[in-house]
Write a protein of this length. Structure first.
Length: 281
């Protein structure tokens, strides 16, 4: 496995692979990799001849008061995980390599970003779409892998690929959880031991919502209301949102039917954590 920092180096290697008729998978990440990312890399290694993992903390997807500076970084550990999981390249560009002086071209989707996380993170998805579009053009993968934990991001990337005709299959992969249910996230590192214990309430809320649906409940407000009640009973938790939307449009729904996403963002001290479940009803 090699770590490449330049766009041209990645392009040259991928061209070589394509000449040999090899397929290429891309796993876009911001590094500080955990078992969630590893599951995406594993899937890519299974489904493609070669796998590229990008490790890039993308400055343009962070708002002015967000955690760009403090976002955890550990390239050495990331390289070990990628190598042992079978990746072939880590693409780890500097911000100037991705955003040269005078950069002014962005992918600015309407609709889907104006919901859930997009409401409190207004520039986030413009930054995500722009960097992912660039990575798609640089790596030209056959398939690209995204976690379902970032469900709104997954829906937005799927829509972008459709709208802009990227010839890439998007593979969504299930949420990977700690033994007690907390969804794996690079941001879990921000939690104090007390907050870490309290954060289990998120996966409990997910379970509660899933159980209510399994028992036949379809009233979105009722389901979300019970989930909020459970989370609010945890003194260290501050709810940003708990919502039920259509997974393809991100529009709020009153009845749980069709392709349903029930998503939440909750703050525990410095950490803003997300979790969700998807149901086909
Ligand atoms: O999910 C992430 O880690 C990031 O949003 C992504 C897709 C790598 C774009 O920077």
């Amino acid at each position: 496995m090699v770590i490449l920092k330049k766009i041209d180096e990645v392009r040259a290697q991928v061209k070589e692979w394509k000449k040999q008729g090899l397929t290429v998978g891309l796993v876009p990440t911001m590094g500080y990799l955990h078992e969630g990312h590893q599951s995406l890399i594993k899937k890519s290694v299974e489904q493609n001849d070669r796998t590229v993992v990008s490790v890039f903390v993308n400055p343009i997807q962070f708002g002015p008061n967000e955690d760009l500076e403090s976002y955890p970084r550990d390239l050495e550990a990331d390289a070990k995980l990628c190598e042992s999981t079978g990746a072939d390249i880590i693409f780890n560009p500097e911000p100037e390599e991705m955003y040269a002086d005078g950069f002014v071209s962005f992918i600015n989707m309407t609709g889907l970003p104006n919901a859930l996380c997009g409401l409190t993170r207004p520039i986030h998805f413009k930054g995500v779409c722009t960097v992912v579009g660039k990575l798609f053009n640089i790596v030209t993968p056959d398939r690209a892998y995204f976690g379902q934990k970032d469900a709104q991001q997954l829906a937005i990337i799927m829509r972008m690929v459709k709208d802009l005709n990227f010839d890439i299959e998007i593979v969504g992969c299930p949420i990977i959880r700690e033994a007690d249910g907390l969804a794996k996230s690079s941001r879990n590192i921000y939690l104090t031991p007390e907050e870490r214990k309290a954060a289990v309430v998120l996966s409990k809320a997910v379970k509660l919502g899933q159980d209510m649906i399994a028992d036949g409940e379809r009233d979105a407000a009722k389901i979300v209301g019970e989930m909020k009640k459970l989370i609010s009973a945890e003194p260290l938790a501050t709810i940003d949102y708990v919502e039920m939307v259509n997974m393809d449009t991100m529009q709020s729904i009153e009845k749980a039917e069709g392709h349903v996403l029930c998503a939440m963002a909750v703050k525990f001290g410095k950490a803003r954590l997300i979790d969700n479940f998807i149901a086909e009803l």
